[in-house]
Write a protein that binds this ligand. Structure first.
Ligand SMILES: C[S@@+](CC[C@H](N)C(=O)[O-])C[C@H]1O[C@@H](n2cnc3c(N)ncnc32)[C@H](O)[C@@H]1O
Length: 367
């Protein structure tokens, strides 16, 4: 078995219990802080019973350590869309009251060192496995930059026997320049289960053209062709088919009603398929690199419970805004139902006290 090793790997594993303990009290519900000054910290005591609609702002390794204290074996589906090791940063332009400025939405440079990138992912994937329920599944979204190395990590952590699929997301509508290689038009989504006790729901899509298929019946566990009274096989017309592992789903475009302007924002159709395939109503879904919140809003729409996290204040800003708009429009919910959790360090306090989350910002990614 091939494994990824680095100096400090053993220490990481032997320190997990200590780190889990250390972070057990660090995160607090700061929802009410957003509407008040936080000079006399208005932390709410955590309610462990209701694990739904919780958005965490911070470094996800700390959040995962924190959650290990409450949600071991409890999360049914994890989707992660981490930075891909593109070695560049993702910039945005912010329009605040017609005042334009640029900032970085998130970083993906790693000092151009694949080792530090892989160590970062290894630690998170290792810990996430403990959060998954017995029937739990993980979907890890990557592309050609690091996909092949991460497959080795996933095989090591989850076991080759628990590898389910490498889904190809074929985005036919994205312009891809480059004369020295073929246009790159797909991402890879690696799917693993925690144990053998998982199931995938059947999803069917319309065929381009209906086809004729032999009608078959199950006789004592074996499929047999059905015949008419003259002994001729019977056909039926089939308009749809079960999805396979190549998914033709467009990239989100600025003209879409779902567009929020966040770099690498995914299409809700992609998340809808993943969530419908790997979970059922009321299951708990988590996305620890949630960006603009595509997984969370899709989970909400599909009646799943969810937990999300991101380190970027812009990601948290957009995710909150979109979810609150959704609650206002469709559900009898308000901003109390959406809890923002964080470890309030000085930097975060400053951001909150500047009323960042109450501002009307228009955000556009810069290519
Ligand atoms: C590819 S984007 C996710 C896009 C998202 N799927 C969407 O549809 O908008 C990756 C996200 O991971 C976040 N991220 C990177 N490192 C992180 C960390 N250590 N903890 C939490 N979030 C992190 C970035 O801020 C960024 O928003």
């Amino acid at each position: 078995m091939i494994s990824i090793n680095w100096e400090g790997k053993d220490k990481f594993i032997s320190n997990i219990e200590k780190r889990k303990q250390y972070f057990s009290n660090i995160f607090k519900n700061i929802t009410s802080c957003l509407d008040n000054s936080i000079t006399n910290e208005r932390y709410t005591k955590c309610s462990i019973k209701n694990w739904n609609r919780k958005l965490f702002w911070g470094n996800n390794i700390e959040i995962i350590y924190y959650l290990l204290n409450f949600l071991k074996d409890k999360i049914d589906l994890v989707y992660i869309d981490p930075p891909f090791f593109t070695r560049s940063n993702y910039k945005i332009q912010i329009n605040e009251d017609k005042n334009l400025y640029e900032d970085i939405a998130y970083y993906d440079t790693w000092n151009k060192d694949i080792n530090s990138y892989l160590q970062m992912l290894y630690k998170r994937l290792f810990l996430i496995k403990s959060l998954l329920s017995e029937k739990g599944l993980i979907f890890v979204h990557l592309d050609w930059h690091a996909n092949h190395y991460v497959k080795i990590i996933l095989d090591e952590i989850f076991g080759t026997e628990n590898f389910i699929n490498s889904i190809v997301w074929y985005y036919y509508n994205k312009y891809s320049a480059g004369k020295m290689q073929l246009p790159r038009a797909h991402d890879d989504i690696l799917v693993y289960s925690k144990t053998k006790h998982y199931s995938l729901n059947e999803i069917r899509v319309l065929r381009k053209k209906p086809i004729k298929q032999l009608k078959r019946i199950n006789v004592n566990g074996t499929l047999k062709n059905l015949k008419d009274r003259y002994g001729k096989v019977i056909y039926r017309t089939v308009k749809d088919k079960k999805i396979d592992d190549v998914w033709k789903i467009p990239c989100l475009q600025p003209a879409s009603k779902h567009w929020l302007g966040y770099p690498t924002q995914k299409h809700p159709k992609l998340l809808e398929r993943i969530i419908k395939l790997g979970s059922n109503e009321n299951d708990l879904i988590a996305d620890f690199f949630c960006g603009s919140g595509t997984t969370l809003i899709t989970a909400e729409r599909l009646g799943r419970k969810w937990i999300g996290s991101d380190i970027s204040k812009y990601a948290i800003y957009l995710t909150r805004k979109m979810l609150l708009n959704h609650y206002e429009e469709f559900e009898n919910l308000n901003n109390k139902n959406l809890e923002l959790w964080a470890h309030l360090d000085e930097e975060k306090k400053k951001i909150i006290n500047s009323n960042f989350f109450k501002k009307e910002l228009k955000i556009q990614r810069i290519k």
